[in-house]
Ligand binder design. Structure first.
Ligand SMILES: Cc1cc2nc3c(=O)[nH]c(=O)nc-3n(C[C@H](O)[C@H](O)[C@H](O)COP(=O)(O)OP(=O)(O)OC[C@H]3O[C@@H](n4cnc5c(N)ncnc54)[C@H](O)[C@@H]3O)c2cc1C
Length: 322
């Protein structure tokens, strides 16, 4: 028996969740006393397998079918590999792709499925923790089954970094191409798509404390001066001041920068859900009791309209008049 974890790539690049699922999978496999096997499906499978060869992985199965994600190929390949390996746990990313094929695979294999796991405790039964009510409540499910499927949330486990010595095996899946109903024809970026805030090392993030759209150049100037990327809380996007792809949070993007500077952001649970994985969190807020200070590493309790111009000047920029 083993843990089988499915990796994910898009447009030629492995996604961070592929390395997080190695950590989650290894922890679970250790608790179960089993091997950790990965599968990578489609694209440059040999190159991906090399990158995925991290410490703790026993075998990486490559399925050389298609370039981008395809529901039909993933479903058939995972079902066939599952039949071959007979794993205790099937782990998948709780991503748009993962949520597309995991329920179909679970239903087809008659596996109990828990989605969006934020913590796992291996054993019989396995304990799977999920968040509910926007992160206000955690619920732990006991899955009392010999085999099960779990999709895991991104940014909850650290990425596996150290090189490994996994075996790499090609798995010849017998794909019925006539059974594939849909294909990915291409990608179209949503407005402002040149910027991917999930890739930024430093994020300057602005919230309702900025008061008016006319004041945004102030934080844009700070971001420019620091070589950072601008992101925001939801009200800024709801007001139409920044495009949706800049929103951090539960209904926005989950980010993991080295530094996250939260300016005029209160730290509501729905926002924190998207940025708590940042290495260093710096908050600027007039309210010393703002919840953002519960998770901030450094804080400046002051008016952003006084602090931000000083920071810009300190780092060699010129603050605009707002
Ligand atoms: C289903 C659901 C999903 C959601 N998804 C998201 C999400 O993805 N992302 C998200 O961000 N929110 C999300 N929200 C909204 C969330 O609940 C909060 O309303 C939102 O995060 C608050 O944004 P904010 O911190 O910018 O504003 P506020 O909560 O209004 O906070 C503004 C902060 O600015 C400070 N401030 C004011 N003036 C100044 C000044 N001059 N200098 C310094 N500080 C100042 C204030 O003290 C305050 O703390 C969601 C809500 C729901 C119900």
């Amino acid at each position: 028996m083993s843990v089988l974890a499915v990796t994910e790539h898009r447009r030629g690049e492995l996604r961070d969740i592929s390395f997080e699922i190695i950590t989650a999978g290894r922890e679970l496999a250790d608790e179960l006393g089993e091997d950790l096997n990965l599968v990578v499906i489609g694209g440059d499978v040999d190159g991906f397998a090399e990158d995925l060869n991290r410490d703790g992985v026993d075998t990486i199965y490559t399925v050389n079918e298609g370039e981008e994600f395809n529901h039909g190929i993933y479903k058939q390949a995972i079902e066939q590999l599952h039949a071959e390996l007979d794993p205790t746990a099937l782990l998948t990313p709780n991503s748009v792709n993962g949520l597309d094929y995991t329920p179909a695979v679970a239903e087809s294999l008659d596996l109990p499925l828990v989605t969006d796991a934020v913590a796992l405790e291996g054993g019989q039964p396995v304990e799977v923790t999920r968040e509910q009510y926007g992160g206000k409540v955690e619920t732990t499910y006991d899955v009392d089954a010999d085999q099960y499927a779990i999709s895991i949330r991104s940014a909850e486990w650290p990425t596996a970094e150290d090189a490994g010595d996994a075996a790499i095996e090609s798995f010849e899946a017998d794909i019925d191409h006539d059974a594939i109903g849909a294909t990915v024809n291409g990608f179209e970026e949503v407005g402002g798509g040149d910027v991917d805030i999930t890739e930024a090392d430093v994020l300057v993030s602005i919230g309702r404390g900025i008061e008016e759209e006319e004041n945004l150049p102030l934080v844009e100037s700070l971001a420019d001066t620091l070589g950072a990327t601008l992101s925001s809380s939801r009200p800024i996007v709801d007001n139409g001041w920044l495009p949706k792809n800049r929103q951090v949070g539960q209904s926005g993007k989950v980010v993991e920068p080295d530094v996250y500077i939260a300016i005029g952001i209160s730290g509501a649970v729905q926002h924190v859900a998207g940025m708590k994985g940042a290495d260093t969190i710096i908050a600027i807020n007039t309210d010393p009791n703002a919840p953002i200070y519960d998770i901030a590493d450094y804080g400046i309790v002051d008016d952003l309209f006084d602090v931000v111009p000083q920071l810009i000047e300190e780092f060699g920029g010129e603050a605009p008049d707002v």
